[in-house]
Design a protein around this ligand. Structure first.
Ligand code: ZN
Length: 177
């Protein structure tokens, strides 16, 4: 991968941030907040390049810092799927969802960054939140084999709507042994 290119791959995030990001995306989806990830991991070289923009190179200033949680694989940016890429009301709704999940939203900062989300290393998935996994890609690696077998044998009516909880995946893995 070219280090100067923007990555929107959630797999490039720290494993904990992947969990938070996936949970955030599924909550947004469940609540009809139509957003997508535009950037995850950012190399320091790219951060430096962004910092230079509007200062020593052409364009508008896009960042205030050379230090970003994107370079530490703990942050991601989003945009809206509709006609307006950065629709204020949608960005606000997404920000509220993040708050319920204990995820930091850049929209709450003094210098707002309304597309930005990040977590601390101590982030934990709140117990009351029941994550649902709907596609094979969303299933944690340790559960993929067992769930794939069930999909192939036609046990799910819709393979894009598996609606599995973590406990159900665990159970299927044990049954698959
Ligand atoms: Zn950001």
């Amino acid at each position: 991968m070219d280090i100067m290119i923007q990555s929107r791959d959630i797999g490039e995030l720290n494993p904990l941030a992947q969990q938070a990001c996936n949970l955030f995306l599924s909550e947004c989806k469940a609540q009809g907040v139509d957003i997508f990830v535009t950037e995850t991991y950012r190399s320091q070289a790219r951060q430096n390049q962004l910092y230079a923009q509007g200062r020593t190179t052409a364009g508008d200033i896009v960042t205030w810092t050379k230090t970003s949680n994107h370079t530490g694989r703990m942050a991601w940016d989003i945009a809206c799927k509709g006609n307006v890429l950065y629709a204020d009301d949608i960005l606000s709704k997404a920000g509220k969802i993040a708050k319920t999940l204990g995820i930091t939203w850049g929209g709450t900062w003094k210098v707002q960054d309304r597309v930005h989300y990040e977590i601390h290393k101590e982030w934990v998935m709140r117990k009351e939140i029941k994550m649902r996994y709907n596609t094979l890609e969303e299933i944690p690696d340790w559960g993929k084999e067992a769930i794939e077998k069930l999909i192939v044998s036609g046990k799910f009516s819709d393979k894009n709507r598996l609606d599995l909880s973590m406990d159900m995946i665990r159970m299927f893995v044990i049954m698959n042994r």
